[in-house]
Design a protein around this ligand. Structure first.
Ligand code: PEP
Length: 249
């Protein structure tokens, strides 16, 4: 049985008191037991978030990490630093990291390996840009992103990978992939897992959809048989909206 997962990516939003308010609001709202909920606050709020979510079923992820073990990387955070504060999950490859911070598939391949070596769980984001979809090369684009970063991994490590398909044209734009477009891509991704690994891996890896998921469209998007949850940006900054999405499953 694949896990159902909803993750909130808070990006560079909320100071400590706003984070505390959001966490307390989240904790006060009921959620189904069979859905795993992960929140990804900014680095500076990770420890506080861990503390406040201790003994709840919410988990905490980092939004990024550096691919080096340690050393002269001013301003960067390593896998061991995250593990040291009890953060065992990291989002890698978000489109904003790719476009604003020039993270290539090759850089991400290295980051993924370092995170997995540190025994972390990786939420790996990927997805095509608008022009690529218009040119009808979205399937090839996604295949390449996965091939370079992930398809060399030994099958044993896939237990620590969550995939997040996020068409770049749908992130923060209010435009979402239709449920059919999401399901088509998710089913294609699963077929790539069969091709590069086997049915067992393909059936066990959770594939999340991200891109303008809101309370009013979540149910439809999550209805795809290969859609195992969502990675939520804007709507995760509001506890009621985020938990409405969680409860839309
Ligand atoms: C995201 O940034 O991963 C995302 C999906 O954002 P939004 O939900 O705001 O489109």
């Amino acid at each position: 049985m694949r896990e159902k997962i909803v993750t909130g990516n808070w990006k560079m939003n909320y100071d400590e008191s706003q984070t505390i308010d959001l966490l307390n609001n989240l904790k006060s709202i009921k959620k189904p037991n069979d859905i795993r909920v992960i929140v990804a606050p900014a680095f500076t709020q990770l420890s506080k978030s861990k503390e406040l979510l201790n003994e709840t079923s919410f988990s905490v992820a980092a939004q990024n990490m550096n691919g080096a073990i340690s050393g002269a990387y001013t301003g960067e955070i390593s896998a061991d630093m995250l593990k040291g504060i009890g953060v065992n999950t990291v989002i890698l490859g978000h489109s904003e990291r790719r476009s604003l911070f020039h993270e290539t598939d090759e850089i991400l391949a290295e980051k993924v390996r370092v995170a997995l070596d540190a025994d972390m769980e990786v939420i790996f984001c990927f997805g095509e840009e608008l022009e690529q979809r218009r040119s009808n090369i979205h399937l090839e684009v996604v295949e390449k992103q996965l091939k370079v970063a992930l398809f060399d991994l030994p099958r044993l490590l896939w237990k620590n990978i969550i995939l997040a398909y996020e068409p770049v044209w749908a992130i923060g734009t209010g435009e979402t992939a239709s449920p059919e477009q999401a399901q088509e891509m998710h089913s294609y991704i699963r077929s790539l897992l069969v091709l590069n690994y086997d049915e067992i891996i393909a059936d066990s890896v959770a594939i999340l959809y991200g891109g303008s998921v809101k309370p009013n469209n979540a149910k439809e998007i999550f209805s795809g048989t290969d859609v195992d949850g969502g990675l939520i940006g804007g709507a995760s900054l509001n506890a009621n909206d985020f938990m409405a999405i969680v409860n839309a499953f």
